[in-house]
Design a protein around this ligand. Sequence first.
Ligand SMILES: *Cc1c(COP(=O)(O)O)cnc(C)c1O
Length: 428
Amino acid sequence: MNIKNSNLAFQEAKKVIPGGVDSPVRAFKSVGGIPLFVDRAKGAYLLDIDDNKYIDFVQSWGPLIFGHCDAAIEEAVIEAVKKGLSFGAPTTVETLLAQEICDMFDNIDKIRFVSSGTEAVMSAIRLARGYTKKDDIVKFEGCYHGHSDSLLVQAGSGAVTFGTPSSPGVPSDFTKHTLLAKYNDIQSVKKCFETSNDIACVIIEPIAGNMGLVPADIEFLDRLRKLCDKNGALLIFDEVMSGFRANLKGASGIVNIAADIITFGKVIGGGMPVGAFASRNEIMDKLSPDGPVYQAGTLSGNPVAMSAGLASLKKLKQNPLIYKELEQKANKLMNAFQKIAEKNHIPLQINVRGSMFGFFFNDKKVLNFDDALKSDTEMFAKFHSKMIDNGVYFACSQFETGFISTVINDEMINKTIEIAEKIFKELK
Ligand SMILES: *Cc1c(COP(=O)(O)O)cnc(C)c1O
């Protein structure tokens, strides 16, 4: 495969942008090789600047559930652009998008829009702290909630620890209020509540998508809900990835457990920068300007981004069967991967939730971050690079989630399976 132009572009980019990328996950660091520079995309396909064409299972890391350049979203954006890019004053499209989302959830009365998932979660945490008047928070190892200071915490495995920052530049004073628990392990959460009586909230990806795809057990989430209630802590579902992706109502719709605050991002922006956090009146009313908890944004609720999100959500609501179809395709792909892996004696674990799918080169079922880390990342790197060479674009890390969009048809799935089969044979 010729990637001469990408190579040159990467050299140039590295001179003026750290690592040549504006988000480190794009850098292909964990799989070797260099990031492909994209020229354009259409439907299910991504085209790089050397004119190589790939079936895209990344879909901008989730947002594009209708694939690239969806006509309805494109049209809505162009109409909005013509009226002006940003006003810093309220527009009716914000209310329309808010209504679409609030109508869908019994446990949500109000929502506030921001410009990224990071901002949404950061604001939700502040709101939870302001509402409960408590300082500590509980997060789970392997869950990602954006790169804000108090959430950029990963743990040594095992026992409950007060978090240590996982990045220089984050003072440990900032993370000493972050307690770590183990995903799918209710005992570890109990220990957090025994360690601190100042816990404002527990935040979780109810379908974890940032350690690879690891869904939480329903019973675990149910017990988590009860533990939070018992201890006067709020439960936050971070559905930045799973919202409108796993199901029309995200994980909340699948497990039927009501969180106190839900955070959104990715799909609700339809490809534009949008995040949001939502809750019931009693909690949202604590937010500025109604209440004392401060939160703001110059470009928050940007009319162009809101229009993209609204077009996306309307289309999803009009086609509720989409999720079943997407899940069938994801299942078809993953079941085939498992079969060909078995045939070639390569250990593989698969997971599917709606349009989200994941696979680990691992001989044991993956229930938490420790399990995920035992995966064979070298095998993944080889697999990834060979798939790219054959025109299939998967996320460049073992610990990311794959996405099916509505424009991926059976033919593309079959072709991907065919290529994967060839590669699994070479890998064994
Ligand atoms: C992507 C993601 C975020 C961060 O969103 P950004 O828009 O990248 O800031 C937060 N939480 C979860 C679960 C995510 O998947």
